[in-house]
Design a protein around this ligand. Structure first.
Ligand code: AMP
Ligand code: MG
Length: 394
């Protein structure tokens, strides 16, 4: 059997970052920056008032209380200001440029609020309530680095440095296709021998949580031809494809039957539990990466976490490797098959981790009640309660 680490390494070596493209900044949420973004100007671009009040010469108010003539108003957005002469003040609003000659702002709360003359009750130190040009960003400073995931604040600073468009690696478009003659759409009645289809919903959601676009292509029966036709039709909109089911050792394995003859997809046994039957390769004229995951819901979920999620990071131009782990003390004894790495569903709370009781790879409800996977190495078959173990938080 192929070691888990080698399967991941093969996948990471085969996938490529998506080509960058330029998008409007309001379409960039969730994408990853493909350029360093610098500011063409200092931010703030000019000295301006941090408060509503009066622009003054600090030395004129040093002997406060004083009453001084108000020569006018400066509002946010005003330009072409006259310089402020000695002994004079001007009303000023938050964000308005400081007039030449003024070197402090007296907040309106320290005054009687007068418009022709104003009584100032307290002296203002030099520079009081002035936001200096360049105190957030200097001209030419890089404000966002290539490889940054774009969230709301990053879209804010893109606009704040005057950008309308930005070069990004787009969110990979991932088509999720389930196979199985037994699968019924949730919301429709269950006939004899059938189960509601859950993998495409779960995997499409996992794709979205990983920063990509997940599209459910629904499910097909166990007819290899139907599978191939559906896959063909979906390839035009896919940067990657995930399938579930149809890759085991039984009969009626449509994914294996349809893709094996192509010679571009490899089906292997990976030394792990759950999730032993795995397939990976490329399909179609554009060599779209395809992950053929096993059908058992817990197996497909664990396979996504271990193999697909890191690959989606590579496609987004992000550093990728095995999932991050923490260490915790296990609250019950563990068993694990020899020669396979186990990923046991568990509840992690603080320093301890409790395996859930139902560890079957079909027991999706137990997965839904878990928040972590305990990793048990290949050469370990049992662990006593109280052992420190490696845990993947979900
Ligand atoms: P397979 O990998 O196709 O042999 O499927 C293994 C097990 O997973 C079977 O019990 C299937 O019924 C179940 N299964 C396969 N696909 C799905 C799916 N999309 N949703 C829920 N269960 C599934
Ligand atoms: Mg099946």
């Amino acid at each position: 059997m192929k070691p888990v680490d080698r399967h991941l390494a093969d996948i990471l070596a085969a996938v490529r970052p998506l080509a960058p493209l330029e998008v409007e900044i309001d379409a960039a949420l969730g994408a990853v920056l493909a350029e360093d973004v610098a500011s063409p100007v200092p931010l703030p671009p000019f000295d301006n008032s941090a408060m509503d009040g009066y622009a003054v010469r600090a030395e004129d108010v040093a002997a406060a209380p004083v009453t001084l003539p108000v020569i006018g108003d400066v509002a946010a957005g005003d330009g072409g200001l006259n310089a402020l002469g000695p002994g004079l003040v001007t009303r000023i609003m938050t964000g308005a440029p400081m007039p030449a000659g003024a070197d402090a702002v007296v907040p309106v709360e320290w005054t009687d609020g007068g418009t022709a003359r104003v009584r100032i009750d307290r002296p203002a130190p030099l520079g009081n309530a002035i936001r200096r040009a360049g105190e957030d960003v200097r001209a030419g400073d890089v404000v966002l680095r290539e490889g940054t995931r774009i969230g709301p604040a990053q879209i804010g600073i893109l606009a704040g440095v005057g950008r309308r468009r930005v070069r990004v690696r787009p969110r990979p478009r991932v088509v999720v296709l389930s196979t199985g003659a037994e699968l019924a759409e949730p919301g429709t009645p269950l006939g004899a021998g059938r189960i509601w289809e859950s993998n495409s919903f779960m995997l499409a959601a996992a794709v979205r949580e990983a920063g990509a676009e997940g599209f459910r292509a629904g499910s097909v029966t166990d007819d290899p031809k139907e599978f191939l036709d559906t896959l063909d039709a979906q390839l035009v909109r896919a940067d990657a494809v995930i399938t579930s089911g149809g890759v085991s050792m039984g009969a009626y394995e449509p994914v294996k039957e349809a893709l094996s003859p192509l010679g571009t997809v490899t089906f292997e046994k990976v030394a792990m539990q759950p999730g032993m039957p795995q397939g990976f390769g490329v399909v179609g004229p554009d060599q779209v990466p395809i992950f053929t995951l096993p059908g058992n819901p817990v197996s497909s979920f664990v396979s996504f976490v271990l193999f697909v999620k890191p690959a989606l990071r590579v496609m987004q131009g992000l550093p990728a490797g095995p999932p991050a782990t923490v260490r915790a003390t296990v609250t019950a004894p563990l068993r694990s098959p020899a020669g396979k790495r186990s990923y046991l569903r568990a509840v992690l709370s603080g320093e301890t981790v409790a395996p859930v009781t139902r560890q079957g790879s079909h027991q999706l409800a137990a997965l839904a009640g878990a928040n972590a996977l305990i990793v048990v190495p290949e050469d370990v078959t049992s662990l006593p309660e109280g052992t420190e173990v490696e845990v993947i938080p979900l």
